[in-house]
Design a protein around this ligand. Structure first.
Ligand code: KG4
Ligand code: ZN
Length: 361
């Protein structure tokens, strides 16, 4: 396959059904369309994701979402150079919907199929240049190829960099040497950072998804009110543990008023972000790297970004820190297409299998 220029990305690993059409220009990626249908509101009724329910919603949404992505990009299937799809990790029922649809489309439309690891995909949100107002994008038209295609160009990471992936299911530190070449540095031994946000939020009676709700309430609270544990903060390795923090929160007396709840939210957020930042900075120092790339749903947390950039450390003072805008932190298909441009090994559609346990380690 020649280097693909236009890729349709498909993502269905959890409760979001997403499709995006992206264009590569040099070493940056531009979004032509980015459609996300979420069943989060439905899942909120149960206080978390019910896998069978998420998969049923994926099935209803997948074809309309892909059709809308092509439509918004003003493109037809024949304009695509390849199809990229998340093949793991995630919920098996949800993954199957995206993977089997992508396989069928690759065969019917005769397009190369690129499987993408969802976790790797999250990092590539940082290669997307038009991170500002997506509706302002000039649509790609073949006859305008000579015009510059990238608008609001956003700086992209340089290699080598330390990557911190913080999502609902994963907390991983990875050293990237080049596209597709990386070393796993450490990760959580129990709950993921997003899971800790979600579980603490649930203990406080906040609706699903807990992370953004807890963080919203934390804005009105004082983070120094509750002395919560920072598990493994001083361990010599680059691993994490968040289950003790959740237990500490569950052992606290119930908040008596909304100010106490806000103070507790702020204290939880402070504890989680302290550990994430300490370990990430240590990873950069140990590996003598001055590029830090954050990715995943928890990267949307404003306090994480604020505290990281203000950390008093020699390495941070000179570091390039990359965090995607909120709409590219949480699950989307633009990041999957972006990852596929730089990791474009294709697979025979008949041989691709969803892998719910795929990892970076
Ligand atoms: O990457 P993502 O959309 O899905 C997974 O691949 O897991 O991440 C979802 C996680 C959830 O745990 C959610 O609560 C958390 O990201 N999250 C946040 C924020 N926005 C999303 N956590 C803290 N602060 C936020 N602003
Ligand atoms: Zn994700």
């Amino acid at each position: 396959m020649n280097q693909p220029k236009i890729i349709l990305g498909i993502e269905s690993s959890c409760d979001e059904t997403a499709a995006a059409v992206c264009l590569k220009d040099g070493n940056r990626v531009e979004i032509l369309s980015n459609v996300v249908a979420s069943s989060a509101a439905l899942q909120a009724k149960y206080g978390g994701v019910i896998p069978e329910s998420a998969a049923r919603e994926q099935q209803k949404s997948i074809i309309p979402v892909i059709a809308e992505a092509l439509d918004e990009a003003h493109l037809k299937p024949q304009d695509l150079d390849a199809i990229a799809v998340t093949y793991g990790p995630g919920l098996i029922g949800s993954l199957l919907i995206g993977v089997e649809t992508a396989k069928a489309l690759a065969i019917i439309w005769n397009k190369p199929l690129i499987p993408v690891n969802h976790l790797l995909g999250h990092f590539y949100a940082n290669w997307i240049a038009n991170q500002g107002n997506v509706s302002s994008i000039m649509h790609y038209e073949k006859e305008k190829k000579s015009k510059p295609l990238i608008h609001n160009a956003h700086p992209i990471p340089h290699f080598p960099f330390v990557g911190l992936l913080v999502s609902g299911g994963h907390t991983d530190l990875v050293l990237f040497y080049s596209h597709g070449k990386f070393k796993y540095l450490g990760g959580t031994r129990d709950d993921a950072a997003g899971e800790c946000f979600d579980k603490c939020a649930r203990l406080l009676g906040l609706p699903y998804p807990g992370g953004p709700n807890l963080s919203g309430l934390a804005e009105k609270g004082d983070p120094k009110t509750y002395q919560l544990p920072r598990p493994m903060l001083n361990s010599k390795d680059l691993d994490f543990s968040f289950s003790g923090l959740k237990t500490a929160v569950s052992n606290l007396k119930k908040s008596e008023n909304s100010q106490q709840t806000a103070d507790l939210c702020a204290s939880i957020e402070d504890a989680i972000t302290d550990v994430l930042i300490e370990k990430t900075v240590a990873a950069a120092q140990i590996n003598n790297v001055d590029q830090i790339v954050i990715a995943g749903g928890v990267a949307a947390n404003k306090i994480l970004a604020k505290k990281l950039t203000q950390t008093p450390s020699e390495i941070i003072a000179h570091a390039g820190i990359y965090i995607p805008p909120v709409f590219l932190c949480t699950d989307n298909a633009a990041m999957i297409a972006a990852a596929a441009f730089f990791n474009n090994k294709t697979v025979n559609p008949l041989n691709l299998q969803a892998d719910p346990n795929l990892s970076l380690s």
